[in-house]
Design a protein around this ligand. Structure first.
Ligand code: ZN
Length: 417
């Protein structure tokens, strides 16, 4: 049985590898075969030089993505086929006697090793590729401080969280998965509420808008839409990257809309107002609530699966564990499940793109025309050297936002109605 499970896993692993590889190559070719002619709809804003830089950026990122994907896949295979989980298990059992401490230690050591394997790629992407295209604004020191903070945070938050989860698995009987799920969901909700005001400020500065033309224009729109403007913040994104963005996060009184300083620098007041309208659209259409609700539901299903898998010895044998354990089942779920969940990405991306269209339509109505939003998106695309011609299969698989071309057409169509 364990043998069969391993074969099924390896089959999905190979299939995902092939799929990922084909999609990347298609996407690269789709960017390259366009020659230098800028697509008509973008031609008034983007010149040939910038267009060819955007394509070079796409190619560079895809090529590097393939190399790092191949290495990460190889690391996973080595971990699995060398029997590493079982060896680590033995090592940790020798160090600690309490099963709870053993479980927490296993997960931390395992994550540490797999995270370390990813660090060189992260560094290369930030300090070589992003640097080459003028996006990197990070110093080595800031990068290191970020890493230290991230790891301290995951220790401080992760340790008690794991310990409590193991407690539920161990002590609450048959229905542990319901209690465990309720606990984790409550925790997730709490994190979601405190993240914008307690955690994000550990990494970035958030300042309320300064008095002036921009603030007046944003206030006027927010008032019209019934959104409390206390929640609009500027973020010093330029400390790390020249990429620009805006996002909406939080719930209830902690909700906020965040505009990167890099965005404010490159867009006009009218365009920024349209971007704000789009973010308010996410709020009005309750996208955050929907995302949270679906994440709670899917984690309930996952917990149920966990409860079924917990005592199923062949599963542990298939992934090189010596015996069933709480930490083993969590590692299988967190680290080894991606070849299966990968095939859900088209569905998740599609839901996300649908919400983007809804927020766009809301913004179009709030502004009375789609012109400002379209032009704002065009500038964003231009500044970020985004791919203007992604392969349709690639974008439908991975894109959380519709490709500019499709967004542009959908918005323009709303004006004609
Ligand atoms: Zn959006």
């Amino acid at each position: 049985m364990a043998q069969t499970l391993l074969i099924i896993y390896l089959l999905f692993f190979a299939l995902r590898f092939l799929f990922h590889w084909i999609l990347s190559v298609l996407n690269m070719n789709s960017a390259l075969k366009q020659k230098d002619r800028v697509p008509d709809f973008a031609a008034p804003w983007i010149d040939e030089d910038r267009y060819s830089r955007a394509r070079a950026y796409t190619k560079r990122k895809e090529e590097f993505g393939l190399v790092s994907f191949a290495v990460r896949s190889a690391v996973t295979l080595i971990i699995l086929l060398s029997g590493f989980p079982g060896t680590l298990d033995l090592f940790i059992t020798g160090l600690f006697s309490s099963p709870l401490v053993q479980g927490v230690a296993f997960i931390f050591l395992f994550s540490l090793i797999t995270d370390l394997a990813g660090l060189p790629f992260e560094g290369y992407s930030q300090f070589v590729i992003e640097e080459e295209f003028g996006f990197n604004k990070m110093t080595g020191k800031l990068w290191l401080t970020d890493k230290i903070k991230e790891n301290l945070l995951s220790l401080v938050i992760g340790f008690p969280l794991l310990a409590l989860l193991f407690f539920f698995m161990d002590r609450t009987g048959e229905l542990w998965w319901v209690y465990g799920w309720a606990f984790l969901s409550a925790f997730q909700l709490l994190m979601f509420l405190i993240y914008p005001s307690l955690i994000a400020p550990l990494f970035n500065k958030f300042t309320p808008l300064e008095e002036g033309e921009l603030k007046d224009s944003l206030n006027e729109l927010a008032e019209k839409c019934g959104f409390k403007t206390k929640g609009i913040f500027l973020m010093d994104g330029s400390r790390r990257s020249a990429h620009s963005n805006a996002y909406f996060t939080g719930l209830g009184r902690t909700k906020r809309i965040v505009l990167f300083d890099t965005l404010v620098e490159s867009l006009s007041t009218a365009e920024l107002t349209a971007v704000l309208a789009h973010e308010i659209g996410h709020y009005k259409k309750k996208h955050i609530l929907k995302k949270l609700a679906s994440s709670f539901l899917s984690s309930l299903a996952l917990f149920y699966l966990l409860s079924l898998a917990l005592n199923w010895t062949p599963l542990f044998q298939a992934f090189s564990f010596n015996a069933p354990s709480y930490h083993g089942v969590l590692i299988i779920l967190m680290y080894f499940s991606s070849p299966f969940t990968y095939f859900l990405s088209p569905l998740l991306s599609r839901i996300s793109r649908k919400q983007e269209y809804e927020a766009d339509a809301y913004a179009r109505n709030a502004m009375g025309s789609s012109k400002e939003l379209r032009e704002g998106l065009m500038k964003l695309n231009k500044e970020n050297l985004s791919n203007l011609t992604p392969h349709p299969l690639y974008s439908s698989f991975y894109y959380s936002h519709p490709p500019l071309r499709e967004r542009w057409d959908a918005l323009a169509a709303l004006d004609e109605e």
